[in-house]
Design a protein. Structure first.
Length: 623
């Protein structure tokens, strides 16, 4: 069957379900509260007043995804491909969002920028985070450099950790036992173990939360090879969050975390320089400390997010490396609301990055920024901002964005037109400038221009559909040949994203999305041109839930390092199933998840293993 026809058929099937669902929802008049989004403006705005198609992963969706990782959950959203999330647990992750790469994605945890300046792409390693510690996730796709600075060119992933209970003391315990096997191994041995425990609560002025989690996975080799040895993965996470309401107007939050990750890896043994079954290993630990005081006054507040992180990394292989890095981030800003129609934020962000290579290297940014949102009474909304990047090595650069939208009331909902023009500035990172492999201290910064346009329709019956076209142009793209260098030609990526969701009657919900991404100029690996996700969720009762997930990924190009030739990887389709049952007044929850139900054999990365059919059994206790 022609692949385009296959994708179109799947999309039509999803849309037909949505059409049927719309009829059912209209007949039952299920009411849905207006969704609120924050990340695209830093203000709590109704979705209809936002000019972006922000992806919001709610607390409820996370609870219905227990047993999965953050990367697996994010990978089911439109415009996103997290390469490596279907492979062995210790596989490096590639964040291919809107045709970009890791260094163009910014990750925030509780509003604070997190990254690793010693990594080649300067990204934050999502493998370090435990989904069981997360309250919600918002994802802004497209350029967001005016609000969030360097690297926020294709997406911002904003992760909010769990909040303390209103009770004096509460507790939560979760354990998951599962298999970890490839398509040709169906022994169903217990090889995956996840545990998380937390204690939290609140008094009149004090709130607290402390959690500890660990995950151990074995049973699968990273590299595809006969009689390959198993590559184990181990992670420990510790988190503490304390809040204190000093006065009615002044509060302060302190956060601390320690994450430790160790994994066996299969690398590139000398002298072949091609992937093989090796006895290599990788270890990293990260300590983060943050302080966030907030002073509120009439119609506004002043807030400071200050954080320090220290990361140690070591790779043991034929090409060993040892890295130490430190990051200091201070983001101070004032937010003010004029009569619920004009929202402004003025701030300054200072970041200092250090990393040890042959010698210690560093650079810093000091960026003043301003952003304003206008919400009119006649449907016009405007989000505009500017940031003046001041880089210690590359001087000053102005980035700006203009994001208008127009909402029209339609029956019980709205119809919205959206547009956006935004620029981004991405400085070379320390590893590219001074690292162990292919470093080039003469690299120039990358600059992006992103244009978007789209429509959205939503109503209170639980139905929403949106479509968006984007076009992103990269100048001075940093590429790797025999070393890091700036591309001599510009790269252009464009695409279309379509999302639809509906609540069927009272208990059945359907969501589906389709992404088309095409590289018009330049080169990209592991980037699918077509991708489809669909989810069907059904509440049999208040205590019983089941869902079925579908994902289609079209063919992609990858490099075969044995021959250094570009090869084409075939398309694949995956089905996952999840079921949960709550008992004892919702204090006890039992759940089961089955991934790759049909045991599909496919390739995600050349010469590396992918997961076959696997089963997870879980228990969650709330006290």
């Amino acid at each position: 069957m022609n692949k385009k026809t296959h994708v179109f058929g799947v999309l039509c099937f999803g849309m037909s379900l949505v059409g049927f669902a719309q009829q059912e929802a209209d007949s039952t008049k299920v009411e849905q509260l207006n969704e609120v989004v924050i990340s695209d403006s830093r203000f709590a705005l109704k979705r209809e007043n936002s000019g972006k198609t922000v992806i919001k992963i709610s607390k409820k969706e996370i609870e219905n995804s227990q047993g999965r990782s953050i990367s697996e959950l994010i990978n089911a959203k439109s415009g996103i491909e997290i390469n490596g999330s279907r492979s062995a647990e210790g596989q490096n992750l590639g964040y291919y969002i809107r045709g970009g790469n890791n260094r163009q994605v910014l990750v925030l945890v509780d509003g604070i920028q997190v990254n690793d300046p010693s990594l080649v792409s300067n990204e934050f390693d999502l493998r370090l985070l435990d989904l069981n510690t997360v309250e919600s996730i918002e994802i802004i796709k497209g350029a967001a450099s005016t609000l969030y600075g360097n690297a926020a060119a294709t997406a911002v992933i904003s992760i909010t950790t769990k909040k303390a209970s209103k009770k004096t003391i509460s507790g939560n315990f979760l354990t998951v036992v599962g298999t970890n096997q490839s398509q040709d191994d169906l022994n169903y041995n217990a090889s995956s173990f996840t545990n998380n425990v937390s204690v939290n609560g609140s008094t009149n002025k004090l709130s607290y939360l402390a959690s500890f989690g660990n995950r151990y996975v074995d049973g699968l080799s990273a590299a595809k090879a006969d009689n390959a040895e198993k590559d184990a993965f181990s992670r420990y996470t510790t988190n503490v969050k304390i809040g204190y309401q000093i006065t009615n107007a002044f509060e302060i939050t302190a956060l601390a975390s320690y994450d430790n990750l160790k994994t066996d890896i299969d690398g590139y043994p000398a002298p072949t320089y091609a992937p093989g079954d090796t006895f290599d290993s990788y270890a990293t630990d990260q300590t983060r400390i943050a302080l966030a005081p907030k002073f509120s006054y009439h119609n506004g507040n002043i807030q400071i997010n200050a954080a320090y992180s220290k990361i140690n990394r070591e790779t043991i292989s034929d090409f060993p490396t040892t890295n130490e890095s430190e990051t200091y981030v201070v983001d101070a800003f004032n937010k003010y609301v004029f009569n619920k129609t004009f929202y402004t934020i003025i701030g300054v962000n200072h970041s200092n990055f250090k990393s040890l290579f042959a010698t210690q290297e560093s650079f810093s940014n000091t960026d003043p920024y301003i952003n304003a949102v206008y919400v009119s009474s006649f449907g016009l909304n405007l989000n505009a901002g500017a940031r003046f990047n001041n880089h210690s090595a590359y001087g000053s650069k102005l980035v700006y964005s203009l994001n208008p939208s127009y909402s029209l009331p339609v029956e019980t909902g709205y119809f919205k037109l959206m547009g956006s023009y935004a620029t981004s500035f991405i400085a070379p990172n320390l590893s590219q400038l001074f690292g162990y492999f292919g470093a080039n201290p003469d690299l120039e910064p990358e600059e992006n221009i992103t244009i978007e346009g789209g429509i959205e329709f939503s109503n209170r019956n639980g139905f929403r559909i949106n479509g968006l076209y984007f076009n992103r142009k990269e100048e001075n793209s940093i590429i790797y040949t025999t070393g890091y260098m700036n591309a001599t030609t510009n790269a252009t990526v464009h695409g279309v994203e379509i999302e639809a969701e509906v609540k069927l009657i009272e208990n059945l919900a359907i969501s589906t999305n389709y992404t088309f991404t095409e590289l018009k100029e330049g080169s990209r690996l592991r980037l699918p041109k077509h991708k489809v996700n669909a989810n069907l969720g059904y509440n049999f009762s208040n205590n019983t839930f089941a869902s079925l997930n579908y994902q289609f990924v079209s063919s992609r190009n990858d490099t075969d390092y044995a021959t250094y030739q570009v090869v084409k990887l075939g398309d694949f389709s995956l089905f996952d199933f999840y079921f949960s049952q709550k008992l004892k007044n919702n204090k006890l929850k039992l759940f089961v998840g089955v991934t790759n139900i049909l045991n599909k054999d496919y390739i995600e990365i050349v010469d590396f293993t992918t997961k076959g059919r696997n089963v997870n059994l879980g228990l969650n206790i709330n006290l």
